[in-house]
Design a protein around this ligand. Structure first.
Ligand SMILES: Cc1cc2nc3c(=O)[nH]c(=O)nc-3n(C[C@H](O)[C@H](O)[C@H](O)COP(=O)(O)O)c2cc1C
Length: 341
């Protein structure tokens, strides 16, 4: 049965408390986000992708993105790049910062990344793919495991899952995360569970499935159809950190926990803003969180009006007051909830 898988994964010397992972998401999975995901039940969290070249050059901005707190552990840093010396050097930095794992991005479809022959561009060139893994492993010096995050291929008519799995394994990777959409699909459309199942079939190291896991049902379906060792959740965790706990509970007990109420979601958004302000500074921390309004307020009456108010907030107090506006009665002329912006 499916519920045996998520408890037993070990990635080299790392044993997350469960096999549910928070996906790396650029501009989103900063330290406050990861702490909240951990609190919501995630077993392993990832930084957003960081440029190996920028890290190796000691770019202050990129190095600042490596900061994390102990309650995020176990934590993996994700890097992207194609320059071998930079990959090796950045891996050394990540080890020295105390990370538990290094992950290499082989799935990013962004033009800028592909132009630098990194991310998903490396899926076109197996030799470079292997060299990149080997360089990261050299930099880690056996102190922390190196894992990879891949896609099944560039387009559906060129599914090379088995090649990527075998090459990662023979290069020394400790686990493989597969976002089951082809690069050409970017982040939408069907997830190819069949590709992930084939990866599981040929792999001797743990395979983690990613893509389209948005509920207990999709989590169970992904486990059942692929036999994967773990699940990685991206967008569904934005504004709903408890998704990890609910999925775990369902897999263990075959019963669903209640989804968070409107009040709980608003309280969680405020708490996120508080942590963000603490980490990034009062004004910056609040402004960063404006972009998550659509996720936190999804489906709520008065969401549009509240989003507009949130987008004007520059202090934590204004931000929280804007959110409280969602509980005010609808205003007569427009029928929307909340205070006048
Ligand atoms: C806004 C955004 C940023 C992302 N940034 C990264 C990244 O930095 N590194 C990475 O490997 N994948 C990144 N991804 C892909 C996610 O990790 C994940 O593979 C994808 O969203 C599919 O999972 P989901 O369907 O659960 O969201 C990003 C996705 C989104 C939506």
């Amino acid at each position: 049965m499916t519920n045996m898988h998520y408890r037993i994964m070990k990635i080299d010397n790392i044993s997350p408390k469960n096999n549910l992972m928070l996906a790396p998401m650029a501009g989103i999975t900063d330290s406050p986000f990861r702490r909240l995901a951990k609190g919501g039940g995630a077993g392993l969290v990832f930084t957003e992708m960081l440029s190996a070249s920028a890290l190796a050059r000691d770019s202050r901005r990129t190095s600042a993105m490596l900061k994390f707190s102990d309650d995020e552990r176990p934590i993996a840093a994700q890097i992207f790049g194609s320059e071998l010396s930079a990959l090796e050097k950045s891996a050394e930095i990540i080890v020295s910062m105390g990370y538990d794992m290094l992950n290499i991005n082989f799935g990013c479809p962004a033009k800028k990344i592909i132009k630098s022959r990194a991310g998903s561009a490396l899926l076109k060139d197996l030799k470079s793919y292997e060299n990149v893994i080997a360089a990261a492993i050299r930099g880690c010096g056996g102190k922390i495991p190196v894992t990879v995050k891949i896609r099944p291929g560039i387009t559906p008519d060129d599914d090379r899952t088995e090649d990527y799995v075998r090459a990662a394994e023979s290069s020394g990777a400790a686990a493989i995360i597969i976002h089951g959409r082809f690069v050409s699909q970017v982040h939408s459309g069907d997830v190819n569970l069949d590709s992930i199942a084939r990866a599981v079939a040929v792999s001797k190291i743990p395979v983690v499935a990613n893509g389209g896991i948005v509920s207990e049902i999709s989590a169970e379906e992904t486990l059942a159809k692929t036999g994967c060792a773990g699940l990685m959740i991206g967008r569904a965790a934005i504004g709903d950190f408890g998704i990890f706990r609910r999925i775990l509970y369902y897999l263990e007990n075959r019963e669903s926990l209640a989804a968070p109420s409107r009040e709980e979601r608003i309280a969680a958004y405020k708490e996120h803003a508080r942590l963000s302000a603490e980490f990034h500074g009062a004004r910056c921390g609040v402004i960063i969180l404006r972009k998550l309004a659509a996720f936190y307020l999804k489906g709520m009456p008065g969401a549009k009006r509240t989003r507009e108010a949130v987008n004007k907030a520059e202090t934590l107090d204004d931000f929280c007051a804007a959110l409280d506006g969602i509980f005010e009665p609808p205003c007569e002329p427009c029928g929307e909830h909340g205070r006048e912006a």
